[in-house]
Design a protein around this ligand. Structure first.
Ligand SMILES: *Cc1c(COP(=O)(O)O)cnc(C)c1O
Length: 375
């Protein structure tokens, strides 16, 4: 046994030392040109209007921001047709996920999520001393019946990313309503709609209606994806009034910085940029999926700005081999072992002159796989 400062200093609460810290997508490689497709960031960068608002905010950096993010919440309410008092802003939706977990779960409680759901849910649960419970997900899509079957007396929160990262799948409005209807009223259902803006399916809705008509459903949203503001850390939650009140009690009084508030307001008003981003994503996601399928790879259907590509059954090459081959050319994609999908890679949708090199590199990888298998 090692005895050192770790063992003589303050002891963290139970469970915290069992947390494996979240590792973000890789952002560097030894190559002249980097193609960064490992973190699902917006392909078109940031709206010019949001950048301009960010620069204007530089003049006020010595001032505390508005602790209530009032103008930003009013803008969100106006654009989405929501009630301003039910909106709570956070430093990324990660902060809101952490606050909700801290408010509603602790030691002895269970936090339920779907097996291939977003990793921040079990990590947030463990940080609060709660027990993360993964419902089985055989079809790479959350299964309402299996989630409901995993609810116990100790379940306090159910997290569902809709659509989900990293699978790219979604639950229809009817499926989400059925999930909610099957939960006891004291269980909080968090619908994480980080990719809602990319979804074009008529049977999809992000969850605002349930947050208005129930007392136990929260929808979270982010500015990190289509709005291209990942670096600023900005997200928001749409909550029943009682839950908004709880979040406002426990959040930091100035949890959202002034540049984030100002850039967020401008970004959400730049509907032209959002529309261009959505159209670009649809075109190049479909193009990339078709090209990868043509190479013999299994590509899971995705309504998001990334694709989950499965190498299972490809002779002579693993997902990790492919990831390294891409990285050697400066192309960064995400390995999926932490999500229980070790045979898969997640590839974000970037610009045309980023996606064409991905396909060329993958063509070389697959040609090598064929040779390795036959040679
Ligand atoms: C990217 C992502 C988020 C966004 O997190 P932020 O903290 O807002 O950057 C939330 N949920 C899911 C499922 C995501 O993939």
């Amino acid at each position: 046994m090692t005895t050192g400062p770790m063992n003589t200093g303050p002891t963290p609460r139970p469970g915290i030392l069992e947390i494996t810290p979240y590792v973000g997508g890789e952002s560097s490689a030894n190559a002249k040109r980097l193609i960064r497709l490992a973190s699902n960031e917006g392909a078109l960068g940031t709206s010019p209007a949001a950048k301009a608002a960010y620069e204007v905010a530089a003049a006020e950096l010595h001032r505390y921001p508005d602790g209530g993010s009032t103008a930003l919440r009013e803008t969100i309410a106006e654009i989405h047709g929501l009630n301003v008092d039910q909106i709570v802003c956070g430093a990324g939706s990660d902060e809101l996920i952490a606050l909700l977990t801290r408010a509603y779960a602790g030691p002895g409680d269970e936090v339920l999520y779907s097996r291939h759901g977003f990793l921040m849910y079990p990590l947030s649960a463990m940080a609060c001393g709660a027990t993360p419970v993964a419902a089985p997900e055989p079809g790479l899509k959350a299964d309402v019946d299996l989630v409901l079957a995993s609810v116990t007396d100790r379940t306090r929160i159910v997290f569902i990313a809709n659509p989900n990262n990293p699978t790219g799948s979604y639950l229809s409005t009817a499926e989400i309503e059925r999930l909610h209807a099957g939960l006891p009223a004291h269980v909080l259902l968090v619908i994480d709609a980080a990719y809602a803006e990319y979804v074009d399916a008529p049977d999809y809705s992000a969850g605002a209606a349930l947050a208005e008509s129930t007392t136990n459903v929260v929808m979270t949203r982010t500015f990190s994806k289509i709005y291209g503001l990942s670096a600023l850390r900005l997200g928001w939650a749409y909550c029943p009034p009682g839950i908004a009140d709880i979040l406002n009690r426990i959040r930091g009084p100035f949890n959202v910085s002034l540049p984030a508030q100002k850039a967020g307001e401008a970004a959400i008003r730049d509907t032209d940029f959002i529309e261009r981003s959505r159209a670009h994503n649809e075109q190049w996601r479909d193009w990339t999926a078709a090209a990868l399928s043509d190479l013999g790879l299994k590509v899971h259907p995705s309504v998001c700005n990334f694709l989950l590509v499965d190498f299972a059954g490809i002779p002579g090459i693993s997902a990790e081999d492919a990831r390294i081959a891409l990285k050697d050319q400066g192309i960064l994609v995400r390995q999926m072992g932490a999500y229980g999908l070790p045979t898969c890679l997640r590839i974000g949708i970037g610009l045309e002159d980023e996606m064409r090199p991905v396909i060329e590199a993958m063509r070389t990888v697959m040609a090598g796989a064929g040779q390795a298998a036959t040679g």
